[in-house]
Design a protein around this ligand. Structure first.
Ligand SMILES: Cc1cc2nc3c(=O)[nH]c(=O)nc-3n(C[C@H](O)[C@H](O)[C@H](O)COP(=O)(O)OP(=O)(O)OC[C@H]3O[C@@H](n4cnc5c(N)ncnc54)[C@H](O)[C@@H]3O)c2cc1C
Length: 431
């Protein structure tokens, strides 16, 4: 039996960074917003390194004072290590950005950070239900074909409940609830990597200011290790490469893959030579994708549910928080105008896609075996600033001149379609 619950101004599916930030913004605007989250927080999640321009959305959410007082590891820099173990000079964000704001960011523990964020949405006035899984979108005939009017969800005890609202935000992460069910998901043909990772306690980290720096340690075959020092003396460490490469010789066990790759990487091996491995070994296939549409009447896609990009430049959290804030504002305006037509979310979608597309070009260049950022900077010193800005997450800028410089050394991907809202959803798709 399905219970029909009261009506809401907006429903958010998923209480991760995208969902919690959208819910907080909508509640702050005074709307009755309901966030439905499948898990009980705190829950484990990967994605632990922030980039400088995560600052803007966190400031808008009012989270900076909490972050400054938190135990989260401060991050001032990034370094790259060649396969032979030679480390680059650390790149310090304060050489480019304001020391008091953007130039310092954080390495977080997602179980803690995401719980704080979801609690923040509650404090702002959002109603949050945990351990409830959205099973279906509810559809009705709308002005432009079918429109979404809410969701049907199932509690842990098995009860089915319907929640109704004129607008639903899909913030379900890379599982991408709507895009998968409506066949909107387009896989990136080249960025199809596998990641294997685990955690260490008490292993080697750099001294002083570099203690919290991210290290990207290259492996010879289009892959890399991440080394992300966290608080409580923990380090998140993982390897990303093509699945065929990581499972060579028929090795499928994540622990065996991880340790074989550690043995082949001098810098990582040295840093893990002290301390102890903690907990599970994780594995995930990571097909970068984007959704061809950012929604339809009554529905908008936010965070990874709209586009998931290879994590090499740690852009996921910045994009999730930024899109949560922007979608929250766009939905607020839609509620005020009582207009949930697809055109309402066109600007939001174009803005987010522009940022993802810019970052995606740098990801392609990074994986090109014949390319190095140094080549470009040696020929065009001013490109260093453009590359830094994009890598730091200042992604909504005109980078045409940078792409022209990089194209002299490496082919770049074609622009993907903008991924605006679907104007008219055929009834057959609205299942
Ligand atoms: C290997 C790897 C490494 C990464 N490293 C980094 C990094 O260093 N830095 C970085 O910034 N990003 C990183 N990322 C990306 C980062 O994890 C994501 O971009 C970020 O979590 C996106 O946030 P989100 O809110 O969109 O989705 P999520 O954080 O995935 O949140 C989605 C939420 O929706 C809930 N949900 C899903 N389906 C339903 C449903 N049907 N009903 C109810 N609830 C539902 C889930 O339980 C989840 O809590 C990495 C990703 C991977 C795979």
């Amino acid at each position: 039996m399905t219970t029909v619950e009261k009506h809401w101004d907006a429903i958010v599916i998923g209480g991760g960074p995208a969902g919690a930030s959208a819910a907080a913004i909508l509640a702050e605007h005074g709307h009755r917003v309901l966030a439905l989250e499948r898990e009980k927080f705190p829950r484990y999640h990967i994605g632990e390194s922030m980039i400088p321009f995560t600052y803007g959305p966190m400031e808008r959410l009012g989270l900076i004072p909490m972050m400054k007082q938190s135990a989260f590891q401060k991050k001032y820099s990034v370094q790259f290590v060649a396969p032979n173990g030679k480390a680059s000079q650390p790149f310090y964000f304060f050489n480019r950005y304001d020391r008091e704001t953007v130039a310092q960011t954080w390495q977080i523990l997602r179980s803690e950070f995401d719980e704080i964020l979801l609690q923040h949405a509650r404090t702002k006035g959002a109603e949050v239900m945990e351990e409830i899984t959205v099973k279906e979108l509810l559809w009705e005939k709308g002005y432009s074909g079918q429109r979404v009017v809410g969701v049907r969800a199932q509690t842990k005890a098995g009860a089915l409940v319907e929640f109704r609202a004129p607008i639903t935000l899909d913030c379900t992460g890379k599982e991408s609830f709507t895009a998968v069910r409506n066949n909107w998901r387009t896989k990136d043909p080249y960025l199809n990597k596998v990641a294997v990772w685990t955690y260490y306690r008490g292993s080697k980290r750099e001294p002083g200011l570099d203690e919290g720096q991210t290290t990207v340690a290259m492996i010879p075959h289009k892959g890399w290790f991440w080394h992300i020092p966290q608080h409580n003396d923990m380090v998140s460490v993982g390897v990303v490469a093509e699945g065929k490469y990581l499972t060579r010789g028929g090795v499928k066990d994540p622990k065996a893959i991880f340790h074989r790759e550690v043995e082949e990487n001098l810098w990582i091996k040295d840093h893990l030579s002290v301390g102890e491995q903690v907990g599970e070994y994780f594995i995930t296939s990571e097909y970068s994708f984007h959704s061809r549409h950012c929604g339809c009447e009554g529905l908008v896609l936010v965070g990874d549910a709209f586009a998931f990009l290879d994590p090499v430049f740690s852009s996921g959290l910045m994009l999730a928080l930024k899109s949560g804030v922007l979608a929250g504002d766009a939905v607020h305006e839609a509620i005020a105008a009582r207009d949930f037509s697809p055109a309402r979310f066109g600007d939001y979608a174009r803005f987010m896609r522009e940022g993802v597309e810019n970052m995606r070009k740098l990801v392609y260049a990074f994986y090109d075996p014949n390319f190095s950022f140094k080549q470009v900077i040696d020929k065009y010193p001013e490109a260093a600033y453009e590359i830094t800005d994009c890598l730091s997450g200042d992604v909504n800028k005109d980078f045409t001149s940078l792409w022209n410089k990089i194209r002299e050394f490496a082919p770049l991907p074609e622009e993907l379609p903008v991924g605006g809202p679907l104007a008219k959803l055929p009834a057959a798709q609205a299942a």
